[in-house]
Write a protein that binds this ligand. Sequence first.
Ligand SMILES: Nc1nc2c(ncn2[C@@H]2O[C@H](COP(=O)(O)OP(=O)(O)O)[C@@H](O)[C@H]2O)c(=O)[nH]1
Ligand SMILES: Nc1ncnc2c1ncn2[C@@H]1O[C@H](COP(=O)(O)OP(=O)(O)O)[C@@H](O)[C@H]1O
Length: 210
Amino acid sequence: MATSIQLKRRGLLFVLSSPSGAGKTTIARMLLAQDEGISLSVSATTRPMREGEVEGRDYHFVTDAEFDRMVESGAFLEWAHVFGRRYGTLRNEVWKSIENGCDVLLDIDWQGTQQLKQVDPDIVRVFILPPSMKELERRLRARGTDSDEVIQSRMERAAGEISHWAEYDYVLVNEDAETCLSKVQAILDAERLKATRRIGLHDFVRSLIG
Ligand SMILES: Nc1nc2c(ncn2[C@@H]2O[C@H](COP(=O)(O)OP(=O)(O)O)[C@@H](O)[C@H]2O)c(=O)[nH]1
Ligand SMILES: Nc1ncnc2c1ncn2[C@@H]1O[C@H](COP(=O)(O)OP(=O)(O)O)[C@@H](O)[C@H]1O
């Protein structure tokens, strides 16, 4: 009885950001595979699908006109221009998870993180850094999904992205993916235990000490 009271809590919004290529998608997938209590908020984007990506799993791939309509109808919790394309967090994706009692993982950039912080000040923000800029470029090339031109533009944008590191609650260096993942999991586990998120804790304590 007491345990079920202590386990109840509000679902939390868990944001992962990084410069492109630092490994946030890799870490996010590993986290989703090992932690049943969190699900991914699948964003909508106007960027073309990459090889290996799946509609509805990685993104909802939409046209510019569709994106315009979604903006007008208030479908987005936040949206931003990134690399000349538009990306947005769908309100329904987030509420669907929260209603199911699940935490929500958001793979969004610093612009989206700033907007989301205005909507829900309780979000948890994690920034992932690469071990070096040389390794960042190596990873972008090794991924093999982007042309030289796109890689160049991602590298040019990386310093700008990284300059927002201090707006995050936690900053990790993704040197070894498993090590980085275990730190991300530790942050998530600790945030879940925060007293302010534990609905029913008040009543439980009152039942203990009156
Ligand atoms: N603001 C915002 N940024 C997003 C959203 N979805 C993805 N992004 C960001 O857009 C950037 C580009 O994503 P993507 O094209 O998948 O390339 P990646 O950086 O190599 O994973 C990344 O920084 C993502 O975090 C979203 O819904 N909102
Ligand atoms: N810790 C790591 N060490 C080496 N390579 C990594 C590491 N994390 C990710 N990668 C690789 O780097 C590339 C970019 O990772 P990805 O997760 O797509 O980055 P992002 O989502 O931040 O753009 C991928 O090929 C991925 O397999």
